[in-house]
Design a protein around this ligand. Structure first.
Ligand code: SF4
Ligand code: SF4
Length: 165
């Protein structure tokens, strides 16, 4: 059958030279590259034993803050959830009961507050949106885990430790 165009080019395999056939130059070349990198300063570090210095505006794990009296600042207004582009925040509001004044700063508080760390992109918009200075991304890295459900962080992981601890 005749070709549609005359662009076809028949390639011919060039016979290997003697040096190419014994592979030694290529092996020594590879070894030289390995040795060169062996004595260079490594570009990686032994994480997590070693860590690099973070920049001042590093955004890590969220922390739900307490006020100077140890009361939870969050009033479950929902602004952080509304501003979250990843829809990572969910919460359930509750009314403060008598006798709980020492726990929550205002009449309304977040009975449930959850952040899905697999969705979060650490943009910091929740921190910017919060009118109560109740949430900051000033924690460490989110650690690895095995199950998806373990990346949904609740108040047990997010709220700051009480003042007397
Ligand atoms: S840091 Fe950004 S993505 Fe993560 S919870 Fe806050 S608003 Fe959502
Ligand atoms: S963290 Fe701030 S913005 Fe989010 S619900 Fe609580 S008070 Fe509102």
């Amino acid at each position: 059958m005749e070709a549609l165009s005359n662009k076809r080019k028949v390639m011919e395999a060039k016979p290997l030279t003697f040096l190419e056939r014994i592979y030694l130059p290529a092996i020594f070349q590879g070894l030289a590259i390995t040795m060169r990198h062996f004595f260079r300063k490594p570009v990686t570090i032994q994480y997590p034993e070693q860590t690099r210095e973070y920049s001042e505006n590093f955004r890590g794990l969220h922390s739900l803050k307490r006020d100077e009296n140890g009361k939870e600042r969050c009033t479950a207004c929902g602004l952080c959830a509304l501003s979250c582009p990843a829809e990572a925040i969910t919460m359930t509001a509750a009314e403060r009961q008598k006798g709980e004044e020492h726990l929550y700063r205002e009449e309304k508080y977040a009975a449930v507050y959850e952040i899905n760390m697999l969705r979060c992109i650490f943009c910091g918009l929740c921190e910017e949106a919060c009118p109560k200075e109740a949430i900051y991304l000033d924690g460490p890295h989110v650690t690895s885990d095995y199950l998806r459900k373990d990346f949904i962080y609740g108040k047990d992981k997010l709220v700051e430790a009480p003042l007397n601890q």
